[in-house]
Write a protein that binds this ligand. Structure first.
Ligand code: XBP
Ligand code: MG
Length: 261
């Protein structure tokens, strides 16, 4: 038995490295489709990731990087149209199986499922992006493993606001201490902490590795596999040399006994 009942997972950067070769390329394809010569380089996109949410990111880009761009009368609809195009390109790219899940993800999900640990998602991205990623990169049955998928515009404010984690907890009907959250970014950690979650694992990626994760319980370079140990970047990994339920349980117990909450 484990000291927690559910895992709440982020999607972009956590389940899969979707940003550089997925979302970024889809934004560029949408811009090209409407005749805009905007290209988001890998480095610029790293900066733009500070703004979560595709529509919010486009708006920020125009305001910060294209101040001379003549905004159309209905600017909100202009952005929404660009974003719909971007989502279509992103779904096509996922449909071609171009974005694999990160190492260890399927193993951990399967272990949780076998152990009766409930699974939830808390993400900023558009809901269709989640189901298509899971279906095309993990398998047709995997979306059904998640009891709760909290995604996109269903909450008033995106990460780093806590709304999406609050929604996931509400739908799970669990208190924060009954859950472990897995994230890849500082915005995600702020969001989870704001909703009261404390057992927080960060699996960094190229875009997030230099962010401040001092509030996280454990930071590693991924989930690893039994024959591929992880590198620990912050905190202590106990119970395993890769991330499995035993390692998450040790982390969860340590957090709650240390903090006496
Ligand atoms: C992910 C995001 C998303 C995607 C784009 O943040 O910021 O905006 O980049 O998705 P997190 P949409 O991993 O912290 O949830 O374009 O569908 O919004
Ligand atoms: Mg993320």
């Amino acid at each position: 038995m484990y000291g927690f009942d559910a895992l709440i997972l982020d999607v972009d950067g956590t389940l899969a490295d979707t940003e550089r070769d997925g979302h970024r390329r889809a934004f560029d394809a949408a811009f090209a489709e409407v005749g805009l010569d905007w290209n988001w380089s890998e480095a610029l996109y790293g900066e733009l990731l500070a703004i979560t949410g595709g529509k919010e990111r486009i708006r920020h880009y125009i305001e910060r990087w294209r101040p001379a761009f003549p905004k159309p009368g209905d600017f909100d609809e202009f952005i929404a149209d660009l974003h719909r195009r971007k989502t279509r390109h992103y779904l096509e790219l996922l449909g071609r199986g171009e974005i694999p899940l990160r190492e260890g993800v399927i193993r951990l999900l399967r272990q949780a499922r076998d152990a009766g640990v409930r699974l939830a998602i808390a993400t900023t991205t558009t809901p269709e992006n989640v189901s298509t990623l899971l279906t095309c990169s993990a398998g047709a049955e995997v979306e059904g493993w998640f009891e709760v998928i909290a995604a996109g515009d269903v909450v008033p404010a995106k990460k780093p606001a806590p709304d999406i984690f609050h929604l996931a907890l509400d739908e799970l009907r669990l208190p924060p201490r009954a859950c472990v959250a897995i994230e890849d970014s500082a915005n995600g950690i702020r969001s989870a902490l704001g909703a009261g979650l404390q057992a927080l694992l960060v699996t960094v990626n190229d875009y997030t590795q230099d962010q401040d994760f001092s509030a996280a319980a454990l930071v590693t370079d991924g989930l690893g596999e039994p024959d591929a140990p992880v590198t620990v970047l912050q905190g202590t990994l106990e119970g395993s040399d890769h991330i499995d339920l035993a390692a998450l349980d040790a982390m969860h117990r340590r957090i709650y006994s240390d903090k006496r909450v």
